[in-house]
Design a protein. Sequence first.
Length: 359
Amino acid sequence: MDDMTGLRATLNDSDPAKDITPTAEARHRARTDALALLKENTPVARPLWRRIPVLVAGAATAALAVGAGTLLLPENHPNGVPAAYAAPPETVDVVGGEPVEGTEALLELAEVAAGRGPASGEGDVAFISSTGTTMYRMNADAGDDGPEETHGYGFIPFDWERWEDMDGGTLRNDHPKPPTETGGEAGDHEWFMDRVGESHESTLHPSLVLPRELPTDPDTLARTLLDLGTTPEEDRTDESLFLHLTQLYESRPLSGEEEAAVQRIIADRAEVSHLGTATDPLDREGELFSFTVTDEFGTTSEYRLLYDEEGSLLYYDSTLRDEEDPTTPIEDYGLEYPVLKNQVAFVWTGWVEGVGDRP
């Protein structure tokens, strides 16, 4: 029995995500933090049909954060989950010919990044401001007295703000934005936006706190990231490392040498393609690289990263290419492979004096 299964067994019927198997990304993200916070965050059990949909610490939060979760029905919603909340966003446009092998180009970019200097700002609190879209797969289950389980999806635009201090204190503001295209009833969308918009303060488990200065040797940085949390040694794979790398960009501003180390890790451990020149949703131009990962759960994802001429990450997205024996077939959600999981454009990353401060 793995950590996620054990957590759910402990939460029993009070776990809002009990009716879905989270993605492999959700398992990696949740494993340590959920167990560390279990005692103080286990909610009191209430009947399913009377429970208002909420996001709680642990398994449900982690699943929702990467675009797969269970949302319970409100009492006055007899028809299952809302229809498609928003259409998939436009992907970034690529200028150029067919993709080419990208290892050498990424290593050359790392040489440029290494000379860039320190991250922006002053202070000891990391601040990341970003904008993008997250895909949610939703199961609605109102219990035995409600309608049969139904499935739906939504591509939800967000503005995000993240702070993290050197002791692991964090503040996260999630601001959902109105979709450009909707289906279903207007009340469905208001209800959904109310569920996913939140401001959340927490303290990371000590095993998840990064050092102020990250190693700039690629192998040492890889070991540092894989050692985060309490993941067993046998589960510390390159596949989980790539997930740690994308999470790193969303939690820490990087100096030029630190970012160069990230790029060298990717070049060394993935089959990288150079897709060409592209423009991100904020109309910034850079070079787009991609690589594909199949994890231990049989989930295949493609990551695309857009770097500017100085080697700074402007944007990344991830696309679900395939899943091995999913609990709920993707067709049941009204989707088909490949499907965008999330896209993130970084507005500003740097250091500030205190949690909640802005540059």
